[in-house]
Design a protein around this ligand. Structure first.
Ligand SMILES: C[S@@+](CC[C@H](N)C(=O)[O-])C[C@H]1O[C@@H](n2cnc3c(N)ncnc32)[C@H](O)[C@@H]1O
Length: 299
């Protein structure tokens, strides 16, 4: 009894601490937690097995379509997950690539992969929700995303975030599935392994993307449904490519437009009618004269 009395305080403290820890653990492992390490582990396994042949051709197509081989600056892979596409993109570009994903449990694997391929210094990882991207306006030279957009709850908002983060003149390529240069036999094998879950209606998905572009007033876009010869019964997925017009009509000394037609396109797009954009340049406002200073306008 005496012993118990002498130790009752430390014992009580241990019990409280234990309960506290259990409570913390329960908080950490809430059953509705979507972005767990198990979740990341499953995707990493799929990306290194079933989907492994997908990334290299996709990276080659992106580099060739958007002429990236000599481009430097910032590329973002939104929902990049394991980061396999980024590693392939590093092989063919000089860009610094950011894996922006809502599940940070991917990042140790991503950095390991990049290090092993000699690209550790060319990549970053950023905890990011597509609905509210942690990047400033006009930041990225290109944004890509594979197999992620269908998870975004408010797609209009997420696509408007992508548009906001794109530099004027930069392009985004967002979608799911395969690139057109993936051999048909490989695509068939992958789809057979994936089973029913990838038998979605591409036509409906195209309508959805079309509506998003319309709602955002993005005029400069292309919906891409890859259909290489022989792929008639194979679902190659769906992609949307869109770009942000040059924001300001910046005139070189001497009065020549840096980029033609830019102002009318950005005004037409109707995006962010209340958002002021600014940049120091020579610009031509509506009065037709060339001014120097901070340009402000609606994009
Ligand atoms: C099927 S995985 C595709 C991963 C990778 N892009 C690939 O092709 O291997 C979907 C990815 O989207 C990410 N994701 C889902 N919702 C997201 C959101 N709201 N914002 C950012 N990433 C998201 C997931 O964490 C996951 O990494």
């Amino acid at each position: 009894m005496k012993i118990l009395k002498r130790f009752h305080l430390p014992i009580l403290m241990l019990v409280f601490c234990g309960a506290g820890c259990l409570n913390d653990k329960a908080l950490l492992l809430r059953s509705d937690e979507k972005y767990t390490d198990q979740n990341a582990f499953g995707t990493i396994r799929t990306s290194s097995k079933t989907l492994a042949p997908v990334y290299a051709p996709l990276a080659e197509q992106i580099v060739s379509d958007f002429d990236l081989s000599k481009k430097d600056g910032i590329g973002i892979d939104l929902g990049g997950g394991p980061g396999t596409l980024i590693v392939e993109l590093c092989k063919h570009t000089q860009l610094h690539w950011i894996n922006a994903d809502i599940n940070p449990h991917f990042f140790p694997h991503f950095y390991r992969q990049a290090e092993e391929c000699g690209f550790g210094h060319r990549v970053s990882a950023m905890f990011a929700d597509a609905h509210s991207l942690p990047f400033r306006d006009n930041y990225a030279d290109i944004i890509v995303s594979r197999g992620s957009y269908h998870f975004w709850e408010d797609k209009v908002r997420a696509f408007s975030e992508i548009y906001r983060v794109l530099k004027p003149g930069a392009v985004a390529y967002i979608g799911r599935g395969f690139s057109r240069n993936l051999p048909v036999e490989t695509a068939k094998k992958i789809r057979a392994k994936q089973g029913k879950k990838m038998r979605y209606d591409v036509g409906k998905k195209a309508d959805e993307l079309y509506n998003i572009m319309n709602e955002l007033g993005i005029k400069d876009y292309r919906i891409d449904i890859p259909k290489p010869p022989g792929s008639e019964n194979v679902n190659y997925g769906i992609w949307v490519e869109f770009s942000k017009p040059e924001a300001n009509v910046c005139r070189k000394e001497g009065g020549q437009d840096n980029k033609s037609n830019a102002k009318s396109k950005s005004v037409e797009s109707g995006l962010y009618p209340n958002r002021a954009i600014s940049g120091y340049c020579h610009y031509q406002p509506v009065d037709g004269n060339t001014h120097t200073g901070f340009a402000q306008g609606a994009v």
